[in-house]
Design a protein around this ligand. Structure first.
Ligand code: 17E
Ligand code: FE2
Length: 414
């Protein structure tokens, strides 16, 4: 397949790409207007980018909002209670059906790489068994990384450590954690040491729900970052949420950022989820409850955005469109400045791929998998402003998804 009239980010002029045997075989600056052969695609001067990435979602809980009851307080904690009730009734079939539906919604929005947290605080590990099957069955749509996520804690859940180890033995790709939810500070710290040991032993990646609270005393990020730094594992470690950082004072952050920089860990912020779940114990003024996204970026750290939930006990909305989360995140994080708008797509493409350690399996370069999107506008700024969407998603050199944008016509009422 040949793609013509492609605009590439941070490059002048138009380009043509050749895709052969599922790989990108060439990318070249277009000298003259090429002819379009059968099966070729004309990008029409729009951006061509590598696929969108969803670095943080909970596919085992998706599409369960209201079952058996709605989260009325809007807090993380009531969400965990509601999920606990629903979790008692999940089956592998039910989990697979819901996850498949949501993966289709993600793929419809140009996402081809997904990291899903799967709750392993379940003696039967039902959701994990289901998601391991979904990972294989969905390969034509997405590459799926599974995080062994201890929703109810590692130290404060019965057999929590054994369940984490078993989940990794069964084939989870990433070790998770939730130190701010353990009963005590000490348990939070020991859970982080345990999960880092497990990751080091097994060669797995790490992605910890870390300090997902407005409590400025929740300081497990420093523990995770120091474990990553001292073991030389930073590039394999992600801290998700870190919303407490939005409540840390500047004096502590100034010290913390030095460690974060030395650790080399990545960050995922889920701005729509956090603006909804956090700030719930405030009256006015109300905190935004998101981490310091722009400040981390300006300090040279890797940060990306995730959706977290689609229609589950923690968040009732969502349709798979990561650009909606990007747009909201840019607002919530005070990132509508011109510089931020010009590079906004980094937050849902390259930065997320780096957090997920996709390496050479990702990116528009010769020899890499022929996975890419044709977007509906010619710059990051214009994609955001126009609320653009991918027009094509190409996977392994074949068209996976094609979208026709609606046409608006005015009647002549003059
Ligand atoms: N579980 C959790 O601890 N935090 C979240 N944001 C979600 C599930 C969605
Ligand atoms: Fe999450």
């Amino acid at each position: 397949m040949h793609i013509i009239n492609a605009r590439l980010r941070n490059q002048e002029g138009l380009h043509e790409l050749n895709l052969e045997n599922g790989l990108i075989s060439s990318i070249a600056r277009q000298i003259e207007a090429p002819t379009l052969g059968p099966g070729d695609l004309d990008a029409g001067g729009n951006l061509v980018v590598p696929p969108f990435v969803e670095p943080h979602i909970h596919l085992d809980a998706t599409l369960t909002a209201g079952e058996p009851r709605w989260n009325m307080s809007g807090t993380l904690f009531e969400g965990i209670e509601c999920w606990g009730e629903r979790k008692a009734t999940i089956t592998q079939e039910d989990t697979k059906a819901r996850a498949r539906k949501t993966i289709q919604a993600l793929a419809a929005h140009g996402i081809q790489h997904v990291r899903t947290h799967v709750d392993v605080t379940d003696p039967e590990l039902t959701a994990l068994k289901a998601m391991l099957e979904v990972r294989e069955e969905s390969r034509h749509l997405v590459d799926l990384q599974i995080v062994a996520f201890p929703q109810e804690g590692i130290e404060s859940y019965h057999n929590g450590r054994e369940l984490m180890e078993e989940a990794i033995r069964m084939g989870a790709d990433v070790v998770g954690g939730i130190p701010h939810f353990e009963y005590t500070r000490d348990q939070g710290v020991s859970s982080v040491k345990f999960l880092m040991d497990l990751a080091e032993r097994s060669g797995c990646l790490v992605d910890v729900h870390c300090d997902e609270t407005d409590d400025p005393q929740s300081r497990f990020l420093e523990v995770l970052a120091e474990e990553a730094r001292s073991r030389g594992m930073g590039s394999r470690v992600t801290a998700s949420h870190t919303t407490a950082m939005g409540s840390y004072d500047n004096a502590y952050c100034a010290k913390l950022f030095r460690l974060l920089g030395h650790s080399g860990i990545s960050f995922v912020s889920c701005p729509t989820e956090s603006i909804h779940l956090q700030g719930r114990f405030d009256n006015f003024p109300k905190r935004r409850g998101v981490t310091r996204v722009n400040e981390l970026l300006e300090a040279g750290m890797n940060v990306c955005f995730g959706q977290d939930s689609i229609v589950d006990p923690w968040y009732p909305l969502g349709n798979g469109n990561i650009l909606r989360v990007l747009e909201a995140g840019l607002h919530i994080c005070h990132m509508l400045g011109y510089r931020n708008l010009q590079s906004a797509l980094d937050l849902v493409t390259d930065n997320s791929a780096r957090a997920m350690n996709l390496g050479e399996r990702y990116g528009l370069e010769r020899g890499r998998p022929a996975n890419l999107l044709i977007l509906s506008a010619e710059s990051d700024y214009e994609v955001i402003r126009s609320q653009g969407l991918p027009l094509y998603s190409v996977r392994n050199g074949e068209v996976l998804m094609k979208r026709t944008m609606p046409v608006v016509e005015f009647s002549d009422l003059s």
